[in-house]
Design a protein around this ligand. Structure first.
Ligand code: URA
Length: 213
């Protein structure tokens, strides 16, 4: 029997929705797009790390001794799906500066339509870490699912997928192939158009982040 997929977490916080609306606007500059992506990434990271385990630790405040809590358990690795995933890393690393970072690069073969890996570099100890895989747009879901195939093949057990926007098609594809992977997103939009863009979306996230066309 296959496990039922985890329902996606959609961040409905007013600050997230406000920043996402600014991000979507065609008139937002490259600098503004980067800043908003960084801020939204930090907020998504906050949600994605909600279930990290903690342990008690004794500390001294200037006034007295107390028992605080500190992170315990597995360390984190962020994995960016190239190239647009790199735009999400800065905000995540603001919040978890000690996390390791991996990169996966994939392109779609025009004949077979399969995702072909052209680059993959993960930390040596990735199997001992929980992974947060980042890509701003979950469109068809094929590259996210293919990247997660490879990360699981490296021995990683717990994976969370974080994106700014998702299409229902992408959520369905990723949930079918990796029902154990929690999706965290700011919005599930209407759907994909015939060119594979998420509608209403925000356009090409990589181009808007890096000022290319
Ligand atoms: N990738 C993007 O950058 N934008 C989309 O709308 C879909 C995939």
């Amino acid at each position: 029997m296959t496990a039922s997929p985890l329902p996606p977490i959609v961040l409905d916080h007013p600050l997230v929705q406000h920043k996402l609306t600014r991000l979507r606007q065609a008139s937002t500059s490259t600098a503004g797009f980067r800043r908003l992506t960084r801020e939204l990434s930090l907020l998504m990271c906050y949600e994605a790390t909600r279930s990290l385990s903690t342990e008690p630790v004794g500390i001294e405040t200037p006034l007295e001794r107390m028992e605080g809590r500190q992170l315990s358990g597995k360390k984190l690795c962020f994995v960016s799906i190239l190239r647009a995933g790199n735009g999400i890393l800065d905000g995540m690393l603001d919040l978890v500066p000690a996390a390791r970072v991996g990169h996966v690069g994939l392109y779609r073969d025009h004949d077979t339509l399969e995702a072909v890996e052209y680059y993959m570099k993960l930390p040596d100890d990735v199997a001992e870490r929980d992974c947060i895989v980042v890509d701003p747009m979950l469109a068809t879901g094929h590259s996210a699912a293919a990247a997660i195939d490879r990360i699981k093949a490296s021995g990683v057990r717990t994976i969370i997928f974080v994106c700014l926007l998702a299409a229902p098609e992408g959520v369905a594809c990723l949930s079918a192939r990796h029902p154990d992977v929690q999706i965290v997103t700011c919005s599930i939009d209407r759907g994909l158009d015939e060119k594979g863009y998420i509608r209403p979306g925000l356009g090409d996230a990589g181009d808007r982040l890096f000022g290319t066309r």
